[in-house]
Every structure is written in structure tokens, then in C-alpha cells.
Design a protein around this ligand. Sequence first.
Ligand code: MG
Length: 163
Amino acid sequence: MRVGVGYDSHRFDDARPLVLGGVTIPDSPGLRGHSDADAVAHALTDAVLGAAAVGDIGEMFPDTDPENAGRDSIEMLAAAVQRIDALGFTVVNADITVIAEHPRVGPHSEAIRARLAQALRTTTASVSIKGKSNEGMGWIGRGEGLAVIAVACVDLSADPRGS
Ligand code: MG
């Protein structure tokens, strides 16, 4: 068993839709970014890659690559899972915290868990997502953006490298 941690933050952008964990959340400003700016998918992708010690999302999907413009970040997460799968790793579980004054994550948590579980090739019961406010402090408290922390546990079920 190995554990990885991922972090991401994005600034709010009124002109874009909000996508968190592959789910479009209505009635909230979106996030600025080169891709669809899905901070949940980004943090989780880094956690998955970190658990297997195979780099990070920026190296896999450079934001200088026009191919990644507006890209569906769930696709990036699935590609990271594919990368670790090729090394014999499977995702055991993931736990995510979204730190934001708004929107509330709770009403969308079931849809997000289902979407992430599919990309992680695991069950909804193995994916957790929670929302936390920052108690009005700092840039998150002022509503400038949101931050996400993700942890992923992976299991080396089979090692095709034979090591
Ligand atoms: Mg990001």
C-alpha cells in the first residue's frame, strides 16, 4: 500500500462554468485555468501519480500544450490511473477536501463521488469528498478562489516489471 497527496487551487472566474470532480455545479462562478480548471480532478490526479511516484499532472499535461486547452480534467485523471495501472497499481481509496466559502459541496457529493470512482476504477464507497469553509480568512475567505487537498491510497496488486 502506498499513499499520495495532491493540492490544487484556482481563482474564480465569472465567465466560466464551475466544474468540480467532473460535475458542473450551477449558480456559482467557475474557475480560471488552461483546462476546464477542475481543481478536484487536478489535486486527485497529483495524489494518484504521487502514490506511485510517477511525476505530476503538470508534467503529464503541460499547460503550454494547446491540446490541453479547455480539456476535460476527468480525462487527465483517467490517464493518470492508466499510467499507474500499467505499473501494476490499483486505487484503493481517495479522500478529498474542498476549501471554499462557496459553493457548498455537500449537495453535489454523490454525483462527484460516482464520477471520480469511475475514473479511478474503484467503487463510489471508496471515494470521499468533503467541503470546508476557511472561516472567512485570507484569499479563500474573501472568495477569490478555492483550494483542494486530495489523498489517494494505491495497492501494488501485480508488478508487470517483475521487481
Ligand atoms: Mg489545476
